[in-house]
Design a protein around this ligand. Sequence first.
Ligand code: SF4
Length: 197
Amino acid sequence: MSAFIERPSEESLPADNDGLTLRISGVIDESVVDGPGMRYVLFVQGCPHRCPGCHNPQTHDFEGGTLITVEDALAKIRATLDNDPLIDGMTISGGEPMSQAVALVPIAREAKSRNLDLMIYSGYTYEQLREMAQTDESIGYLLDNADKLVDGPFLMAERDLTLEFRGSRNQRYIDLVKTRKTGEVTPFVSDKWDIPL
Ligand code: SF4
């Protein structure tokens, strides 16, 4: 894989007030189970993968959930983050976030402007997403700005309840910062010490 990544220019990407809408399934203001640390979690609505055994089947319908403007979503996010200094990360889960990549660009931008650790879940693999990013610069923006990615569909045959932040062994917990630096898909390794009991 080439380490060279062509980045879209900021001007060609959507702004906060472009009138975009986002279909969401829900929000958790404080979560400790959707990535490391204390995180704001946004669940988007709509998923094309329909993995048998999915834990969030209510998020599959592209007509379900709640339709909100990106401006309103940002206002809610800012109100939460401004008043909660414990939150040090944001997770965008689903549903399939990459099906609404354009609307998620301003939200990812907000997260990074606050130096939050940004983690994204996708039922597509990293390699598929890089391919999709060739023609969808919003997906490219999300891949270029997120810190972590859990990729791939949930596969019942690969189900493993011991995995960190994912449900099946085919899914990878990817360190996107290192992956961008090296050009090789690099698993995220926690820097916490495992203290033997
Ligand atoms: S990609 Fe995720 S949300 Fe979509 S069906 Fe599979 S497990 Fe469920």
